[in-house]
Design a protein around this ligand. Structure first.
Ligand code: AMP
Length: 351
C-alpha cells in the first residue's frame, strides 16, 4: 500500500488528470503532473509540474524519483520513454497503453477474447481502401489507427465514391463498417491489484459529431439487457492485461447484442457523473486501486443521474445552472474555448 502523504505521478495534464488530482488530494496524496504542453490544467491543482517532452529521459527519471507510483490520464503517451521510470510502478501497466493506442491492436485483442467488433480492414493505400470497400461495403468510417479522439482523424465514407476524395499521408488507417446501433453505452470498471473488480452502472451515451454530449444512468432497459455481456468482456480484458485502475470500454447496442467500439485505459468522460452520482467516483477508485487501498462502493447516489458536457464557446447561463440544487458544475479552467473543446460538465442528480 502507498500511504497517504506520498506522491502520485500523473502523465498528461488535461481535465482527467485535474479530477484525479482533486480526488487524490481528498485522500491525502500529493500529485506531480508530467506534461509537455504550455497549458496543463491538471498542474493547477497539483503540488508539482514537470513540463518536458515525453522523450526527455532525464526529466522523466527526475519525475519518477519524486513519485511512489505513476499513472496516466492520456492513452497516447509514448511507451518507449516510460523505461526512464525505472523501478517506480506504472499503473495501469504499459501493455494496456500499447493495446489501446492502436485501433487495430485493440480490435484484435478484444476479438481474441470473444468480443464482437465492427467489420474492419487495414488501410494504408488507395488500393487497400478499395479492397476494404469491396469486402465490407459502405457506409463506413475511415479512422487513423493512432491518436484519434473525440471523432478527430475520422472520415465518413457514405458511398463508395467518397473514397476518391481521401488523401493518403502514409499514416496507418483502419476502415470500419458502419454499425447500425440503437444506442451507445460504456462499461467502466475498476480493478484492484488483488484482482477485485467493481463496476459502475453503465451510462447511455449520446455523441454529437463524434464527441460525447451526454451520459445518463440508469440506461434504458434495452441497453441494460446488454450490460452483462459487455461487463463480462470488460472483465476479461482487464484480467488479460493484469490491469490495475479504472478501465473503460465503449459499446454500440445493436439488435444482435453489444458491439465493442473502443477502450480507454483510464478514467473516462462517460464516468464524470460518478463524482456526485455514485458513492465513490471513478477518480477516487482509480487512486485507491493504484495505491493499493480497498475499492469504494459504486452504487448510484440518486435514482437518476445525467451528465452533459460544456463544449466550445456555447453560451451558458451560469446563474441558472448554479442556483438549481440538482446541478453540480465543473469547469476545467481552460483558457481558450475552441469548437469541440471540452470546457467543463454539469451533473444533475434527479430524485
Ligand atoms: P470513436 O472515436 O471511434 O469512438 O468514434 C466516435 C463516435 O463516432 C462513436 O461514439 C459513434 O457515435 C461514431 N462511430 C464510430 N465508429 C462507428 C462505426 N463503426 N459505426 C457507427 N458509428 C460509429
Amino acid at each position: 500500500m502507498i500511504p497517504p502523504g506520498e506522491t502520485i505521478g500523473i502523465l498528461g495534464g488535461g481535465q482527467l488528470g485535474r479530477m484525479l488530482a482533486i480526488a487524490a488530494a481528498r485522500l491525502g496524496y500529493r500529485c506531480h503532473v508530467y506534461a509537455p504542453e504550455a497549458e496543463a490544467i491538471a498542474a493547477e491543482v497539483c503540488a508539482q509540474w514537470t513540463r518536458a517532452e515525453w522523450s526527455d529521459a532525464a526529466a522523466m527519471a527526475a519525475f519518477a524519483a519524486d513519485c511512489a507510483v505513476v499513472t496516466y490520464e492520456f492513452e497516447n503517451v509514448p511507451v518507449a520513454p516510460l523505461l526512464a521510470l525505472g523501478a517506480v510502478p506504472l499503473l495501469p501497466n504499459a501493455r494496456a497503453l500499447e493495446v489501446a493506442q492502436d485501433r487495430l491492436n485493440e480490435k484484435r485483442f478484444v476479438s481474441g477474447l470473444g468480443g464482437t467488433t465492427a467489420p474492419y480492414h487495414v488501410v494504408d493505400t488507395a488500393e487497400d481502401l478499395q479492397q476494404a470497400l469491396d469486402q465490407i461495403g459502405s457506409p463506413g468510417i475511415l479512422k487513423t489507427r493512432r491518436e484519434g479522439y473525440d471523432g478527430k482523424g475520422q472520415w465518413r465514407i457514405m458511398a463508395d465514391h467518397d473514397a476518391e476524395a481521401v488523401t493518403f499521408s502514409g499514416e496507418p488507417l483502419l476502415y470500419e463498417g458502419f454499425v447500425h446501433f440503437f444506442a451507445e453505452f460504456s462499461v467502466i470498471l475498476c480493478r484492484g491489484a488483488d484482482g477485485t473488480v467493481v463496476f459502475w452502472d453503465s451510462a447511455e451515451n449520446t455523441h454529437v459529431g463524434g464527441i460525447l454530449a451526454r451520459s445518463v444512468v440508469p440506461a434504458s432497459d434495452a441497453v441494460q439487457a446488454q450490460v452483462p455481456a459487455a461487463r463480462a468482456l470488460a472483465e476479461k480484458v482487464a484480467a488479460a492485461l493484469d490491469y490495475v485502475g479504472v478501465l473503460t470500454l465503449e459499446f454500440f447496442a445493436t439488435e444482435a447484442g453489444p458491439v465493442f467500439n473502443e477502450m480507454a485505459p483510464r478514467v473516462h468522460n462517460s464516468g464524470h457523473w460518478t463524482i456526485e452520482g455514485a458513492l465513490t467516483s471513478q477518480f477516487e477508485n482509480h487512486v485507491r486501486a493504484i495505491c493499493g487501498l480497498p475499492l469504494g462502493a459504486t452504487a448510484l447516489a440518486a435514482p437518476q443521474v445525467e451528465m452533459r458536457n460544456i463544449i466550445g464557446d456555447a453560451a451558458e447561463d451560469w446563474a441558472t445552472i448554479l442556483t438549481d440544487p440538482a446541478n453540480h458544475l465543473h469547469l476545467y479552467g481552460k483558457a481558450a474555448a475552441r469548437p469541440g473543446r471540452k470546457m467543463g460538465h454539469v451533473t444533475r442528480l434527479c430524485w
